[in-house]
Design a protein around this ligand. Structure first.
Ligand SMILES: Cc1cc2nc3c(=O)[nH]c(=O)nc-3n(C[C@H](O)[C@H](O)[C@H](O)COP(=O)(O)O)c2cc1C
Length: 234
């Protein structure tokens, strides 16, 4: 059973009347997913454009509901947690998670942070035990692969790059991803969008090539996994 969860988070649409306004991260994610679907059978494909339809921010009532024991939650509290339950359910089902994100103000869009805030939830995606000492949080999900697809206007956010210390987008997603049960991470990045020069063209082309190659590689893994699951059933 291969389930793919695809989250887009740019506020820009994938396709606009003026193609200069098209979201680069969404188009790279689309290329990756299209290639993946060409190379493997996907049992369930879950898609959310949270840039256009963002999850609501968590509130004091949300925290109150989370910390109320499940059996004691009233109707209002169940309603408050309904979206969180649904989003967590999607993460739980997924074997492969694809998150595309623009860089906004050197980090992730508020919409993507809102999605993580709805999902990283005590006794659902992590538990907490002071008996573990200085690291009391433990993720409850595991064995998932994450592909992070990003686009930025500037460049050099990797180790050793000129903007290394300002690059909070990928490191933040990497830190949070363990609470999605991610154990394997791949990255695809397009840079230089604001320079609109040959460096951007080259960076975008490299990202497209990587998207195709990575889709082929992960399709092989998904095919092998479903083959071995079929064998286990006999
Ligand atoms: C509100 C906003 C903030 C941005 N902040 C940054 C930034 O801090 N660093 C950067 O390199 N690019 C920044 N950019 C440029 C975007 O990362 C770039 O346009 C990227 O291509 C957006 O992704 P998208 O094409 O998928 O929409 C910003 C753009 C916007 C609209």
């Amino acid at each position: 059973m291969s389930v793919i969860l695809h989250i887009d988070s740019s506020v820009r649409k994938i396709s606009n009347t003026n193609s200069d306004h098209d979201s680069i991260s969404k188009n790279l994610a689309k290329l990756f997913i299209t290639q993946l679907k060409n190379e493997t059978n996907i049992d369930e494909y879950i898609y959310r454009d949270i840039g256009v339809n963002p999850p609501h921010f968590i509130t004091q009532d949300w925290i109150g509901a989370v910390f109320t024991p499940t059996a004691k939650r009233d109707k209002q509290q169940l309603q408050t947690l309904a979206l969180s339950d649904e989003l967590i359910g999607e993460v739980e089902r997924a074997e492969l998670i694809v998150i595309s994100s623009p860089m906004y103000n050197y980090g992730m869009p508020a919409q993507l942070k809102a999605w993580f805030d709805q999902i990283i939830r005590i006794n659902k995606t992590f538990d907490f035990d002071l008996a573990r000492g200085d690291q009391p949080l433990k993720p409850l999900l595991s064995h998932k692969t994450l592909v992070i697809i990003t686009s930025s206007g500037e460049f050099g956010f990797d180790k050793g790059g000129i903007n290394e210390t300002s690059g909070h987008l990928v490191p933040h997603i990497r830190t949070l991803s363990k609470y999605l049960g991610v154990t394997n991470i791949y990255e695809i990045a397009s840079e230089y969008q604001e320079f609109a020069d040959h460096r951007h063209e080259q960076s975008l082309q490299n990202a497209k090539n990587r998207a195709r190659a990575l889709a082929n590689q992960l399709a092989t893994t998904l095919n092998e996994n479903s083959q071995s699951k079929r064998c286990e059933q006999f």
